[in-house]
Design a binder for this molecule. Structure first.
Ligand code: 5GP
Ligand code: MN
Length: 315
């Protein structure tokens, strides 16, 4: 890891144009890690672009200023860094091949096929790796960087409640809190507050929940018509898959949402029995042991049957 930190720093210093990209439907870690890295690179004297393919999630207003919405660029960058992005095809942004492509990530499914790969599946969040880069590169922290890294760690650990939270996670956050960023506002706006539409979808979800009792699994479905009826956005479904996992006795919760006609977004959350990453890979997706996702053009029925079959073979 140390060697790849130095290699990335050298490559950064030798690059005149740098682009940071993260995954489509970005979460707090995707946005926090990318924003923090941009600020660190600026402290090294670099100008850095950060593009997102779609609308900026409303729950991270303190990070919005660092990003532009752009689905395509014709600029041939010297260096592109994929941040918190498990797969090169998951950015949703198209770009000419750069001189060097690097990735900084913590997804177990990351194929490590970039020129420089900084991948640590043991890190609770990519933001933890960005924190380590900051120390290794000997760049001073400030309240903006601390707030961005904090957002990534806070959200990817579910508010320090998930299994991925370690002593080191708390030590990093203890250090970050020496800087005067507004942590309680970030906790409230990014984690606790939910839209009214979220609650309406929540109610709908539980009315229609499919329970595979013997397999200790539930599958929730938000079909296209329901998504449209509530004028829902991705912000309105954030966190619903974790709610399914937290039903007593449940080992696996899957949320299937049809945001666009004909494409289902799957969100898998597991406790101890099942490997979410393995289940997601059945549909070409990936992620972590306890949280993974996919997109599929199969029908709801087909996906549900494949999930049932896989769970039966892995219970
Ligand atoms: P979510 O269910 O919240 O969208 O995603 C859970 C985890 O799985 C996140 O770490 C996310 O980056 C990852 N993930 C979600 N969808 C996909 C996908 O289609 N492919 C891959 N490789 N990872 C995904
Ligand atoms: Mn992450």
């Amino acid at each position: 890891m140390k060697n790849s930190f130095s290699l990335l720093k050298q490559t950064v210093l030798n690059s005149n144009s740098i682009l940071l990209l993260t995954h489509t439907s970005p979460d707090g870690d995707a946005l926090g890690s990318t924003a923090a890295l941009k600020l660190l690179l600026e402290k090294l004297g670099k100008t850095v672009d950060c593009f997102l393919d779609d609308t900026f999630p409303a729950v991270f207003p303190h990070l919005q200023q660092y990003f532009s919405i752009k689905k395509e660029t014709t600029t041939a960058y010297d260096l592109i860094i994929l941040v918190d992005c498990a797969d090169r095809s998951r950015t949703g942004v198209s770009y000419p091949t750069p001189k060097t492509i690097a990735c900084i990530d913590h997804h177990i499914s990351n194929p490590k096929n970039c020129d420089i790969n900084i991948v640590d599946a043991a890190a609770a969040a990519t933001a933890e790796i960005i924190y380590r880069l900051m120390l290794d590169w000997e760049i001073g922290c400030d309240k903006e960087i601390a707030g961005a890294i904090f957002t990534g760690i806070l959200t990817d650990t579910g508010g320090f409640l998930f299994q991925n939270t370690t002593k080191q996670t708390h030590e990093i956050v203890a250090h970050l809190m020496e800087y005067p960023f507004e942590h309680s506002r970030i906790v409230r706006v990014s984690m606790l507050e939910k839209t009214l539409t979220y609650s309406k979808l929540y109610a709908h979800l539980f009315e229609n929940l499919v329970h595979f009792e013997a397999l200790k699994a539930v599958v929730g479905h938000i079909d296209y018509d329901t998504y449209q009826k509530f004028s829902a956005t991705p912000d309105d479904t954030e966190g619903l898959s974790a709610v399914l996992r937290n039903i007593t006795g449940i080992e696996c919760g899957v949320l299937l949402t049809e945001r666009e006609k004909g494409t289902i977004k799957g969100s898998i959350r597991t406790n101890e029995t099942y490997d979410a990453n393995e289940l997601a890979s059945l549909f070409g997706g990936g992620g972590h042991m306890r949280a993974a996702g996919f997109r599929s053009t199969l029908t709801y029925q087909e996906i549900k049957e494949k999930i049932h079959e896989w769970l039966s073979a892995h219970q």
